[in-house]
Design a protein around this ligand. Structure first.
Ligand SMILES: O=C(O)CCC(=O)C(=O)O
Ligand SMILES: [Fe+2]
Length: 359
């Protein structure tokens, strides 16, 4: 039977084949001009964003990093990491042109033909550290998420040079290099807030020994209210540094009940959030907070998170300084790679991953 516009796929496996196996992604679906959301993307009611739960009068803190060592600024960073788990930074050390270049590079990558992008899929990528994909964990999800991504785990300049897509690798590497300054400033302040005054090489490696950068593409969606861009989750990182474009759509769980706060795009800013690894290392003093991205019915959106992580072979648990000061540990020591595997084995499920490390 010839495909029609309303029902372009003969059966569910034809859609999966087009989106996942052929590398068209949801961008390919979006560009077909679908009139209705395919049923694989319809999320259960409880996972859709309900407009009445958005608290318009609240916002996460915006912190000026130009005087990051000033005790008042340091306090606002630590307070934000404890209270909200999220904040935005302005006047930070990453030049605005570096941010513009990586956004441009994101469009360049997703603008490639499907066959080109598909060279980086799970089946075809020449490196396990580079992965083009769609949704979050399609094999584990009951309903798919309306997002395509390219994920790059950094091993070395040589590895990146050999395996990352040429259309974006320089821009991503530059964004990562320039962000390192800010990451170190933030970690220094956050550690000081726990009375950990020295970050030696071992601790630095535990806090920021590995990084993964994702390019996220959320294409225009028919029926955006029925699906999600990214479902409710907390990150497994120590810290996440997120660059978003001017479209908006990222929401963070507020401090009371089922309330959600929008993270408004601010030109030149970076969104910072605490991940589960830092929640565990800080014995719960800093909080990784649930967040989600809504789908958009009229605009394409991109974002570029850098996940700053422990190394896969590190054991993570409450820092010895905290336990030695008499604090009762609420988490056990877990192998970081086991923690990450546990996260990817299931669909997004809010804050549940952290239970893996609870005592
Ligand atoms: O696109 C965004 O704004 C957030 C994406 C996100 O939460 C993630 O990739 O973990
Ligand atoms: Fe996230």
């Amino acid at each position: 039977m010839a495909p029609t516009l309303a029902q372009p796929f003969s059966d569910p496996s034809a859609l999966i084949d087009f989106v996942i196996n052929q590398g068209n992604g949801v961008k390919g679906l979006s560009e077909m001009g679908l009139k209705a959301l395919p049923k694989q993307y319809i999320q259960p009611l409880e996972e859709r964003m309900c407009m009445t739960n958005i608290i318009a009068q609240e916002s996460i803190p915006i912190i000026d990093m130009s005087n990051w060592e000033d005790p008042q600024v340091a306090r606002s960073i630590c307070d934000a990491a404890s209270k909200w788990g999220f904040f935005q930074i302005v006047n930070h050390a990453v030049p605005v042109e570096v941010l513009e270049n990586v956004k441009e590079a994101t469009y360049s990558f997703f603008g490639l033909p499907a066959e080109e992008k598909n060279k980086y899929s799970k089946e075809h990528s020449s490196s396990n550290n580079v992965r083009f994909g769609t949704s979050f964990s399609p094999q584990a999800e009951k309903a798919l998420e309306w997002k395509d991504y390219l994920s790059m785990f950094y091993v070395s300049e040589e590895e990146a040079s050999a395996f990352w897509p040429p259309v974006c690798k320089e821009q991503v590497l530059d964004y990562m290099r320039k962000s390192e300054v800010v990451i170190k400033q933030l970690l220094q302040v956050l550690m000081k807030g726990l009375n950990v005054n020295e970050i030696d090489a071992t601790k630095e490696s535990l806090l920021m020994g590995s990084t993964r950068t994702n390019l996220n593409y959320y294409p225009i969606c028919p029926n955006p209210e029925l699906t999600v861009g990214v479902g409710r989750h907390s990150d497994v990182s120590t810290l996440t540094i997120l660059l978003q474009d001017e479209i908006g759509g990222l929401f963070v769980r507020g401090n009371q009940g089922d309330n959600w706060i929008h993270v408004p795009p601010i030109k030149g800013s970076l969104v910072i959030n605490v991940g589960d690894a830092l929640q565990i290392l800080s014995n719960g003093r800093y909080r990784s907070v649930e967040h989600r991205v809504v789908a958009n019915g009229s605009k394409n959106r991109i974002s570029v998170p850098i996940f700053v992580n422990p190394r896969p072979g590190d054991m993570i648990g409450p820092l010895p300084e905290l336990v030695e000061s008499g604090e009762r540990p609420i988490y056990k020591q877990v192998l970081y790679s086991d923690y990450v595997k546990h996260f990817f084995r299931k669909a997004h499920d809010g804050k549940k991953t952290v239970e893996f490390a609870e005592l």
